[in-house]
Design a binder for this molecule. Structure first.
Ligand code: TYD
Length: 217
């Protein structure tokens, strides 16, 4: 019996605030399309109408929610995103590039806010009905570089985790350490140094994704 060939199609970008994921997700989408792939670029929280509404609740007016409420809301929008956008695209044979996914809840609400990491992992398995990314690229950046970048950007882009006064260094250090600890498991994870200029980061991200798409690993 021949083994089914496992193809890499579901790619997630993860990282601390200010790691440049949104730009890198867009650039990766363009690079993969130029290489002939049929690509959907999407993001969390968001990606669906419900997801954008949840984004408004967790990052907008609903600031200060209990971490478990955050975890459940992020996971609820993820369930809808998987059902409505990600799984149908994968089933149609398309490549999905997602800016944040399950590991954001594990690292922010788990490692960052101190909720049980294994419970957060189990919650993700439920929300996604067991769908795992084939490849996860961690855009690693220090808390200082990440914060500096966000401050240099448009002030209205600062979310509740970054607003002056609300900034909690320890929290962001735990998030970053959480990502590095998750990525140390290897498997679907790759780490890219995102403190460099965006062009250099984009080149590395594209090379990793193209290699994975070509080899299925
Ligand atoms: P966003 O403005 O999209 O930040 P970024 O451009 O850095 O992705 O805001 C997303 C914020 O929400 C970010 O601080 C991380 C946080 N978040 C969680 O805490 N848990 C999650 O599951 C997700 C998806 C995001």
């Amino acid at each position: 019996m021949t083994e089914p060939t496992h193809s890499v199609r579901f790619i997630t970008l993860e990282g601390p605030d200010g790691s440049g994921k949104s730009l890198q997700a867009r650039l990766l989408g363009e690079r993969l399309r130029a290489a002939g792939h049929d690509v959907v670029v999407t993001r969390e929280p968001g990606g669906t109408r419900t997801g954008e509404q949840v984004r408004e609740i967790v990052l907008g007016a609903g600031r200060g929610l209990d971490p478990m409420a955050d975890a459940l809301l992020f996971s609820a929008q993820r369930a809808q995103h998987v059902a409505e956008v990600i799984r149908p695209a994968l089933e149609a044979g398309r490549v999905v590039v997602c800016d944040r996914h399950r590991d954001s809840t594990i690292c922010y609400q788990g490692y960052g806010s101190g909720l049980d990491v294994e419970a957060m992992r189990a919650l993700q398995d439920l929300a996604t009905r067991g769908l795992l990314p084939d490849l996860t690229i961690l855009l690693d950046v220090s808390v200082d570089v990440g914060l500096e970048r966000r401050r240099a950007g448009r002030p209205d882009e600062l979310n509740k985790f970054e607003l002056d006064g609300a900034f909690d260094r320890g929290y962001h250090e735990r998030v970053r350490a959480g990502y590095l600890s998750e990525a140390a498991a290897g498997g679907r994870w790759r780490i890219v140094d995102a403190s460099r200029d965006p062009g250099a980061v984009a080149a590395d991200v594209a090379a990793i994704a193209l290699e994975a798409l070509a080899t299925g690993r």
